[in-house]
Write a protein of this length. Structure first.
Length: 175
């Protein structure tokens, strides 16, 4: 059985056993296969993600993670400063897992200063975090999803605005 040929009546694309198509089957219609069937086959089998469909900005997740990491780094420094001012010594403030940049962990809070630490961490200063303080002298602050979404929105807005340092002219500089 001969393959479908759009040229009706011409050779099917094979002459003396030699395929007329170039490397990789360029221009399938010359081989006797309709080009629309290949395109439809690809569309039916390949499902694009949102980033390829234009639903999100590619790479935005990386920038959001960096923004969350920067925000929590600033808050680590602010907590350390607040603890120092309140006389809470010996506590270690940091982020223990790089895969979770939204979480700040605190260990070594002295039992006598546990209530002071709790009042600092549960103040309006850290309202963008869910705070847990344990009797064993540990605490964890996890950034709330609303705060992460807010950072994401601000990061995407910042990325979509043209930078003042980027030239929009395509003209070459004169010599």
């Amino acid at each position: 059985m001969q393959p479908f040929n759009r040229d009706h009546g011409q050779e099917s694309g094979r002459e003396n056993g030699i395929h007329r198509c170039g490397i990789g089957g360029l221009l399938f219609r010359h081989c006797g296969y309709p080009s629309w069937s290949l395109a439809q086959s690809i569309k039916d089998r390949i499902h694009l993600g949102l980033d390829l469909k234009g639903g999100t900005q590619p790479g935005a997740g990386v920038h959001v993670a960096e923004a969350v990491g920067s925000a929590t780094d600033r808050d680590v420094a602010r907590i350390e400063d607040a603890f120092q001012k309140a006389g809470i010594t010996g506590a270690t403030v940091g982020k223990d897992r790089p895969a979770r940049p939204q979480t700040i962990v605190i260990s070594g809070i002295p039992p006598a200063k546990l209530n002071d630490a709790r009042s600092i961490l549960q103040s309006n200063e850290y309202s963008s975090y869910d705070v847990t303080v344990s009797a064993d002298g540990t605490a964890a602050l996890t950034m709330k999803m609303a705060a992460i979404r807010d950072l994401e929105t601000r990061t995407l807005e910042r990325r979509s605005r043209p930078s003042a340092s980027v030239s929009t002219s395509w003209a070459l500089p004169s010599r």
